[in-house]
Ligand binder design. Structure first.
Ligand code: GLY
Length: 129
């Protein structure tokens, strides 16, 4: 894995951390304002822009720990764009003391804009869907 691929992987982990920690400032710094997405929360609709995502960041935090791990990543740089695909393994502590894990297939697209990588599109699906 070369330095650019490592950087993109690190940025992707930072993005997942910002989601888990409901850190809107960190999330918006990593994303293009016109971010597009397919994710289960969109129930089949393409999501464009940041407002849909902000709803979840604004919810009151449970205060319970959770984290996302990037498993089996593939990084492909194509000029000023990059495709990163991996399995996102999520761990969290529930209020009842349970510690369930869940997983998703994620593909995230990044574009270098004025020398800075910005997240421009993603697709998240349950594994095998
Ligand atoms: N739902 C926000 C994200 O996965 O980027």
């Amino acid at each position: 894995m070369d330095a650019t691929e490592k950087e993109l992987l690190e940025l992707s982990q930072q993005l997942l951390n910002s989601i888990d920690q409901q850190d809107w400032d960190a999330y918006t710094k990593l994303c293009d304002a016109d971010l597009t997405a397919f994710e289960p929360e969109g129930v089949g609709n393409i999501i464009k822009g940041m407002a849909f995502h902000k709803f979840y960041f604004d919810l009151e935090s449970s205060g319970l720990p959770k984290q996302s791990n990037i498993s089996s990543p593939l990084v492909r740089v194509i000029g000023d764009c990059a495709v990163i695909t991996y399995i996102r393994v999520c761990q969290r502590l529930n209020a009842d003391g349970g510690v369930p894990s869940s997983a998703f297939e994620e593909t995230r697209i990044w574009e270098k804009q004025n020398g800075v990588w910005k997240h421009i599109h993603f697709h998240r699906s349950p594994p095998g869907a």
